[in-house]
Every structure is written in structure tokens, then in C-alpha cells.
Design a binder for this molecule. Sequence first.
Ligand code: SF4
Ligand code: MG
Length: 339
Amino acid sequence: SDVFLRINDLRIQFKTDDGIVKAVDGLSFGLGRGKTLGIVGESGSGKSVTSLGILGLHRGRGRNADVTGEIWLDGEELISTPQERVRQLRGQKMAMIFQDPLTSMHPYYSIGTQIVEAYRVHNAVSKKVARRRAIEMLGRVGIPRPERRVDDYPHEFSGGMRQRAMIAMALVCNPELLIADEPTTALDVTVQAQILDLIRDLQGEFGSAVIIITHDLGVVAELADDILVMYGGKCVEYGPADELFWRPEHPYTWGLLSSMPRVDRDVRDRLVPIKGSPPSLINLPRGCAFHPRCPYSERDGIPCRSVVPELAGEQQHLVACHLPAAQRRRIFSDDIAPA
Ligand code: SF4
Ligand code: MG
């Protein structure tokens, strides 16, 4: 089939002085070529660790993560693949953009030099050819007069321009998978919208599969084909974006929707914002990890505090909640979003 990335039962744990952090606990999903998946959750839900796991960045210096499961990228299983090969794939087939470009850019080298190096690692071309490519890419991501800006240093760019330059660097080798972790969080609203448009345009042009990781459901509203909601290292709801927006079934997703300005005001007023803070990944609450914050916990005797709900559902829309599906739909359509 056309599934480019397939994750099966991914588990990522770290040992710390305080105990074992179960950052990702049994995650599975597939992503087709040219498709976009939004992974949504609060900070500490395991979403960033998921992306580092896919890129193989949990390995190596000082990172003693224990990773199990399968990560299939275009027919290659990455967890069992030697690190050297994964490093090769990073940049060539998959690339990442971060919230803060300064974490992936070196302050002492010009933007152009860094794009040239990123390109030449995977392409046997002269510096001159690579420089031409860097200028072309800077132009593609909307940097005005790229032939003049190519020799600037990261600090000479504005935040939005730096984000564009990082996208140029990520895309210079034409990766088939692009992972964007909170790509717009540090930017003001106008620039945010521009960057999201840019990602969409480039995806159309390059045909890359894209994973957008965000705490803000609004960021992926128009961009994602599928949405995966994470809580406490687990997927709690997963399905086509339209389903998640119009027929969300998990109480946590209802709470996330309440913070979305674009949701109809009448609906928003009825949604209860989630109180409290996300659980520690070292000491997850027993049963459903969301139960201390859930307004429906133990309703009608369902065992929220003792039994972990399985991710289950009809067709592609999956939900991990003990409330019977019919009851969830009734709560949403009658109490939360009456027509
Ligand atoms: Fe709420 Fe219980 Fe469903 Fe968890 S399983 S989301 S606590 S109703
Ligand atoms: Mg994060």
C-alpha cells in the first residue's frame, strides 16, 4: 500500500533519578505519502519524544532511552537498523523542523553555509552547485532577495525568517517525511499563518509526508488529514481530522477543542476547559490516566480509576474511553454541540 511510515506499538522509556519515564507507551499509526498527521497534546504528553524516536535521536550520547516496537519507513525498520544508516536517512529521507530554529542552526556559521553543508552531506556536488541550491531554496521559502541574504548569520534574520530558513534547510534534500515540532509556537499570529501556509505549499510541491506536533489543535485544523491526540504517553483518540473536529469522542479532546478560537462560540462556551495539569510520566494515575481531570470519571460505575481503557472503535476513528460510544456521542451532540 502507500503507507510511507508505519509505527507499531512504539514504547520509549528513560531511566532518571526519580524513576522510569514512560514517555511513549504503545503508540501505533500509519502515514501515507503526501499526507499530514497532526499529533496533538499538552507538553509532557510524549509527542516530542515520539518524533525524536522516529528520527533515531533518542540514541547516542547521554540518551539512554529504551525503545521497543517497530518504526517502518518506506520498507525499512528503523529500531533494528544500525545507527549509521539511521543517520543517513535523517536528512535524506526525513527531516525535522523545531520550534526554535536556533537549536538546529549554528550561530557562528552563515545560513547559506549551513544549508550548503546539509545538502552536501547527502549529495556529491560542488560547493558552488550547493550554494546555488541554497539560494534557490531560500527563495522557495519566501526569503526576499535570497542571493543577498544567503551569507547572513542566523541572528541577522527575524524570527519568522529564521523559521523559513530552517524549513529551507530541512527541505534542501527533498525529504519524504518532514516532522515539524511546534513549528509556529514562538511566532506571532500573522507569521504563524504564513509559516503554516508555507508548509502546506511545500508539501504540495514536494509531496512529503508531514507530521505536525502541536499543543494547539487550531494549528492542524486545516492542515492535517488525520489527527492523533496524546495523553500520558498514549494515544487517546485518533482518526480523520474531520471526524475529530465534528464528532470528537474523548473528553480530553473536548477540552482541547474548548481552547480553539475558531470553534463556533456557542459550542465553545459549553465546552469545559480542562482543569489541572498533565500527569507525571513517571507516576501515571492508575486506570485511565486522564481520570483525575475528567468530568465523566466513574460515571455509571465505569472503572476509570482502575482499568486502562483500550483504544478501540469503528473504522478509522479510535477512542480510548470507558464511556460507551453511544453515550459519548450523546454527550457531545446534546450537551456540548447541539445542532
Ligand atoms: Fe474520562 Fe473515564 Fe473516559 Fe477516562 S475512561 S476519559 S476518566 S470517562
Ligand atoms: Mg515538545
